[in-house]
Design a protein around this ligand. Sequence first.
Ligand SMILES: Cc1ncc(COP(=O)(O)O)c(C=O)c1O
Length: 425
Amino acid sequence: MAGDIDVSNTMKLLNDAELIFPDAISFFAGRPPDRFIETARVPEWLANFVDRNKAIDAGAGDDAWLTIGQYSATNGIILDAVGRYLANDAGIRTTPEGCMITNGAQEAIAICLSGLVGRDKCVLAADPTYVGLTGAADVLGIPVEVVPDDGEFVDRVAHALAGRDAGRPPVGALYLVPDFANPSSRHLTTAERRRLIELADRHDLYILEDVAYRWYAYDGQSTPTMKSLDPFGRVIYIETFAKTFLPGLRLAVMVADSAVDGGTLAQQLAAIKSYVSVNSAPVNQAVLAGFLDQQGYSLADWMAPRRASLQSRRDAFDRALTRHFGSGANAVGRWDVPLGGFFFRLGIGTTFVVDDFLTCAREAGVIAMPMCCFSPAGGHTDQIRLSFSNNTADDIAEGVARLAGFLETHAPNSGRGQGRGNASR
Ligand SMILES: Cc1ncc(COP(=O)(O)O)c(C=O)c1O
């Protein structure tokens, strides 16, 4: 089965799996916990926006209702509010002209691929990588080149950029999830970030910095955003508000403030957004701006209980893995405890591909994602991605027990007694 998987179908599978197997325990999607989805407070945040009318240049009071009900500026109407947040929490000082509010990170990725890479170049990424990147590239007909996401990742990027022969397309952009990546959970150090920025400058390309999980650092690490470390204007910063605030708003901010042709890159990319989505729903933008204003333009307090909750889920997951896979006759797995993010990577020493995923969901009642679905190179066929972000402790204990039972039946001799450590072997 290795290599047979159509990566472009993975996102649909991701979205549909829980519908197909409604009674299964799902370790599938990287969703923030349901109990933190505070949609009922949307009227409060909307009213706050309208009352304060912080982010709208023209008029005051009632005009805000009109502004958010009409067509509006392509790159967004809350750029001042989001700019204040970025200055406080991301170490990024930018201008409204350098930013774009997008329909999630997904639209930002697609706009960058279309505007900065195109079909004559390729986008370089880690293997395994986020399916939102590979899927968007697929839709746009843009080649993806990958290098293994291991301890030598930065050297491998340097090598891929330096040794390009005439037969390979030039690299137009490097896509990175530097913080607790989906799906590998790998975290880049500050030194690695700086080196990648220097490489991007030397080879004249942009870095797409996707920071979806940067707020979920469990063991006290605080690594500067790549954008804040970039002296060259090479980093395009993409921050979704789906993992921190409300996924249903479908909002992200992209910072692309390098100077080009007398304006900014974000202004140039507006031409693409205007034909893709015209603008991001201004009502939704108003909710986000009203929320940011209420939080004093910092998510530090808001995120503290969320991070703590995810950390305790991660710890519960590690305990369950240790109980069922760590030692003894039933042990079949290897894993590293993720320092942040939403995912465990479980190495099982035998193949687990889409057929196994379906059998596991149907027979054992647990939904676990084959890592090979994230591998454009068709690798990682002996690993499973397990999300713990939206599961209760009971679900985690029961789901891991079911998975262990399934693997014991289907892969009884694989990786016996390995326990924690080095899932990627
Ligand atoms: C790396 C990464 N980027 C972005 C997203 C989400 O982006 P969006 O804002 O489109 O929901 C995810 C969600 O799974 C992700 O894992």
